[in-house]
Design a binder for this molecule. Structure first.
Ligand code: HEM
Length: 392
């Protein structure tokens, strides 16, 4: 792939070496453009992305297919069907409020300390680069969230394996074997969360007890949906935070002077991760499905239309962030469209950034990133996520 050539099309952009000039041209063009071969509308400026995300006719799932047909009837389908991320209205609002309050109450200092410890344990001894570094970037964040949710330390590697299997059900590219494994993983995770939920009344300070309390306060009384959304906290973490960790390492390897500066004084690492999540985010796009005829920026959309929202382009829109192509640790009013906007905006932003910063800090201070400038990587094949795969 030639980094000086534009991606072949919008769905090839998140895995392209440098999609940002292509995104800039798109965002400077019309508010919505129709991509006929892929049969989707593209919104890429900050304003048009916000417009679509705020439009009630634009839904998170196609009306006729609330759960992907391939997983209907499996445990993976059950989890998917309950996720706040995949629902609107009553099945979204109270659960979302409960999750938001639960996540807002998380002790981020404690999570950072635990993440640092898990990051070092998982890194093992000696150098960490190539495939081992990629594996580490996936494992640490999901283990940190499972730890926060009350799993025993000895179970954390298994949770990471289950999650690797489960997220396959979210991809249209998965094979039947992968979908079967996703169902088994969902079933195992639900059983395990059910055990944690049953133990919660006797452990009022536990994460599941807090989640149950917030659910009751929000008027969310569906115990099985709560378990499914607990699985959802792990799945929402998994690829997005692995990508944020990976893209932060890429920033250290490529942004002039950054590795030296962070090596001398890792204090501003959280600021660095925040800027990475704007400048080179892990989630490049999301979709909306038009449920009834509507208008966005003067363009008529019909029921059945699909809109691709290029969050990564919106983060580089100069009307959203000044000097958008520059990587600046100190930004006043940094806007980060990569965490979404409106009703479905990510409630895990602070948690995800804290985990990514703590994981990268552990590598930095243990000296494992001193050769980062010599790392090499490609990007994982994905239509929406940007996750570096380190090759050396
Ligand atoms: C750090 C990397 C992360 C990124 C880049 C990210 C990004 C996003 C984005 C873009 C959305 C909105 C999707 C849409 O509207 O179509 C979202 C939703 C969500 N995220 Fe995150 N996320 C991250 C980490 C996390 C973590 C750590 C958690 C929780 C443990 C989390 C929980 C959620 C939930 C529950 C939703 C659904 C919200 C709703 O539909 O109302 N995320 N995330």
């Amino acid at each position: 792939m030639n980094p000086d050539q534009n991606p072949e099309h919008i769905l090839a952009a998140s895995a392209h070496r440098n999609p940002y000039p292509y995104y800039a041209a798109l965002a400077a063009g019309p508010a919505l453009v129709f991509d006929a071969p892929r049969k989707l509308w593209i919104a890429s400026s900050a304003a048009s992305v916000k417009d679509v995300l705020g439009n009630p006719a634009c839904r998170v799932r196609p009306v006729a297919e609330p759960v992907p047909t391939a997983i209907v009837g499996s445990a993976a389908g059950e989890v998917f069907g309950h996720l706040v991320r995949m629902n609107e209205g009553l099945r979204h609002d109270a659960p979302k409020l409960a999750l938001q309050r639960f996540l807002a109450g998380v002790d981020l200092d404690r999570v950072q300390a635990r993440t640092g410890a898990l990051a070092l344990q998982t890194a093992g001894q000696g150098a960490l680069r190539g495939a081992a570094l990629s594996r580490w970037a996936f494992e640490v964040p999901v283990m940190a969230v499972a730890d926060m949710l009350g799993f025993e330390e000895a179970e954390l590697p298994q949770v990471a394996l289950w999650m690797a299997d489960f997220v396959a059900c979210l991809s249209p590219l998965s094979t039947p074997e992968q979908l079967a494994a996703a169902g088994e993983a969902a079933s195992a995770l639900l059983t395990r969360f059910s055990g944690l939920a049953q133990a919660a009344p006797a452990q009022p300070g536990s994460a599941l007890a807090r989640l149950q309390h917030e659910a009751a306060q929000a008027g969310w009384h569906d115990a099985q949906a709560l378990l499914c959304n607990a699985v959802g906290l792990l799945s929402q973490t998994y690829e997005a935070t692995a990508g944020l960790v990976g893209n932060s390492i890429v920033a250290l390897a490529t942004q002039p002077g950054l590795l030296d500066a962070m090596g001398r004084e890792p204090g501003p690492l959280l600021q660095m991760v925040n800027e990475v999540s704007r400048h080179d985010p892990s989630i490049h796009n999301t979709r909306r499905f038009v449920a009834e005829a509507t208008q966005v920026a003067g363009v008529s959309l019909q029921a059945g239309d699909v809109v691709l929202l290029v969050l990564a382009a919106a983060g580089r829109d100069p009307l959203c962030n000044a000097r958008p192509d520059e990587f600046l640790l100190e930004r006043l009013d940094r806007e980060v469209p990569g965490f979404g906007h409106g009703a479905h905006q990510c409630p895990g932003q602070a948690l995800g950034c804290s985990i990514a910063a703590a994981a990268v800090r552990a590598l930095l201070v243990s000296g494992r990133l001193k050769d980062a400038a010599s790392f090499s990587w490609q990007y994982r094949a994905s239509m929406n996520a940007r996750i570096p795969v380190f090759t050396a």
